[in-house]
Ligand binder design. Structure first.
Ligand code: PLP
Length: 423
């Protein structure tokens, strides 16, 4: 058993398993009575405190959580049946900002007490890199090294992860996202490297990145209630590594009243297949237009299994799985824009289409999607679907004035190791 501090610093357990809470905190009835009008910082503190325990002092924790959620998470109506919880109002326009900000601040706090510099090594298919770079920028005692596949991230994503400078370095790998991920995995296993650097990961394997994502579901419920709904919502979550959905399940297990979860996937459908057949077959990832969800073997699936004590029936009753093709995703972006004037990004569109299909079997079910990224991060796909340019949010404009600074890297571990040993 380890505490929050040790689990955060290590990222992954020495036996290569994932950390999981010994107990899931049960929130009190007075918490839920207050929830409809609870202020954001108080809400976040009460949800996160049982996980953090005594590892962070009260004043520091309050500051960390306040900074973690210092932007909006609005619930927006798309039409009568479907709402959108917009999780893209953070600094890098994707939901990963919350986890990255929380983790970076916790790690910064813990490394103040340590003498060693911590090196965060992370592979990205696009959004993780920007969120982690932004979250860790300027954090003392932590260096961040991001591996991204050359030519396979969008222009906004590339600028977000290559223009930070300071303690952030971007390695532009001549290969695929899978290559980047394999190189990072090899680095964590390599004895020489681990003797030379104190390495940790910053993907949703790390509990400090994973657990704060449950806050979205509390924000969702609060606004749903404030809008006058008295029946719990169905929540459709675009899934890749399943960190976000699994965090929602933690909120649910802590007592948050939700009606149903939807695991919305692209054609990378290992989990929907499991829900349908009780047979789990991890696969090789297939590239799609919702590329942050191109995961063939989702890391957080083991946590979901743990949460349901491997009871397939119970899991299948709580989570409905859907797999949506690229063609239908593109069509959904076009239709929703035409009908409702709302611009979905490809990941949100997968969630929308999955919820629509669920609702055709359950006509009275109202709900929401988690809109995980701003459409401007995927301009080619979205602009082709809606037939016009996406208005660029003002916060992004300064990025286009900056120059990309990346370090070219061959797609093999030996090259990465040489470079890291010289660090
Ligand atoms: C990372 C990401 C996802 C997938 O989230 P998981 O927690 O890995 O399931 C979905 N949408 C976007 C835009 C993302 O960046």
């Amino acid at each position: 058993m380890v505490d929050f501090r040790e689990a955060t610093i290590r990222g992954q357990a020495p036996d290569k398993g994932l950390y999981f809470p010994m107990q899931i905190p049960q929130l009190s009835s007075s918490f839920f009575e207050a929830l409809p009008s609870l202020d954001k910082t108080a809400l976040v503190l009460q949800v996160m405190k049982p996980y953090v325990g005594e590892t962070i002092d009260a004043i520091s924790l309050e500051q960390i959580v306040a900074e973690t959620v210092e932007f909006d998470f609005p619930l927006v109506k798309i039409n009568e049946e479907i709402y959108s919880l917009e999780l893209f109002h953070g600094p890098t326009l994707a939901f990963k900002d919350v986890g990255a900000r929380f983790m970076s601040r916790c790690l910064g706090y813990f490394s103040k007490a340590a003498y060693n510099k911590t090196t965060v090594l992370v592979a990205t298919s696009g959004d993780t890199g920007g969120a982690v770079a932004n979250g860790f920028l300027g954090v003392d005692g932590v260096e961040v090294i991001i591996l991204y596949p050359s030519g396979k991230v969008s222009p906004v994503q590339e600028l977000q992860l290559t223009t930070c400078g300071l303690n952030i370095k971007a390695l532009e790998v001549a290969g695929s996202f899978d290559d980047c991920q394999a190189m990072v995995k090899d680095a964590f296993m390599d004895a020489d490297l681990n003797g030379h650097l104190s390495l940790t990961s910053a993907n949703s394997i790390n509990i400090a990145r994973w657990l704060p994502q449950q806050l979205y579901y509390f924000f969702a419920w609060q606004q749903w209630y404030q809008m006058g709904f008295r029946t719990a919502p169905v929540i459709s979550v675009p899934c890749g590594n399943f960190g976000n959905l699994c965090a929602g399940l933690m909120a649910y297990a802590s007592g948050l009243p939700l009606q149903q979860f939807i695991a919305a996937c692209n054609i990378n459908d290992a989990v929907p297949e499991y829900l349908r057949t009780a047979n789990y077959q991890p696969k090789t990832a297939i590239p799609t237009i919702s590329n942050a969800m191109d995961v063939g073997s989702p890391s957080n699936f083991v946590r979901i299994l743990e949460l349901f004590a491997k009871d397939h029936q119970k899991m299948a009753a709580t989570i409905a799985g859907y797999s949506i093709s690229d063609e239908l995703t593109q069509q959904t972006i076009a239709t929703v824009y035409e009908q409702d004037g709302y611009i979905l990004d490809p990941h949100g569109a997968v969630a929308y289409q999955a919820l629509l299909q669920y609702q055709s079997a359950h006509p009275s079910a109202k709900g929401m999607i988690l809109e995980t990224a701003h459409p401007v991060k995927f301009p080619e796909t979205v602009e082709a679907a809606i037939g016009k340019k996406i208005p660029i949010p003002e916060s992004v404009l300064p990025l286009f004035q900056q120059t990309k600074k990346s370090i070219p890297m061959q797609a093999n571990f030996a090259a990465l190791k040489d470079w890291l040993m010289a660090e």
